[in-house]
Design a protein around this ligand. Structure first.
Ligand SMILES: [Zn+2]
Length: 155
């Protein structure tokens, strides 16, 4: 089992990494904000873009299992701050940045970072996602997947 200290260290690692991913996305698009607005408006736009990047990364770190299409979500949040001519480049940069963050989060999920000490069923659902249900006492699987345990024990 994973100790409390290890969980805390992993949480810090994830938070720090998500901050880096958020900054990387921001840096890749901040200079593309609408050039036809006043410089003070550009400052506001950049701040809004930075906040959207941070919020997306925070949400991704908080509940990665329930955040569908985060790259699309972030692009929808920020696209209004960029001119039409830059939209494709912004969409591409957001996609690259979020995909990198999602890969990192998926590695952390596989390493058990989001178990939070709460046992989870070891089965994979039909959609290929980890089952989120609580296993039966002293078992690795939930009631719906308990047949998997019997199979394994029998083998
Ligand atoms: Zn299950």
């Amino acid at each position: 089992m994973t100790g409390t200290l290890e969980v805390d260290e992993r949480t810090l690692l994830i938070q720090n990494s998500m901050y880096q991913y958020s900054r990387a996305i921001y840096r890749s698009i901040k200079d593309l904000v609408d050039p036809y607005v006043t410089s003070s408006t550009q400052v506001e736009y950049r701040r809004a873009v930075l906040e959207a990047c941070e919020q997306t990364m925070e949400r991704l770190a908080r509940d990665p299992h329930y955040f569908a299409r985060p790259e699309r979500s972030l692009f929808q949040d920020v696209r209004r701050y960029f001119p039409i001519t830059a939209q494709a480049q912004v969409a591409w940069a957001v996609d690259q940045g979020v995909t990198a963050a999602v890969s990192f989060i998926e590695e952390q999920i596989e390493a058990g970072a989001f178990d939070g000490g709460v046992p989870r069923c070891h089965a994979t659902t039909r959609k290929g996602k980890p089952c989120q249900r609580t296993p039966l006492p002293d078992r690795d699987y939930c009631p719906s997947h308990q047949h998997l345990e019997r199979t394994r024990v029998a083998a």
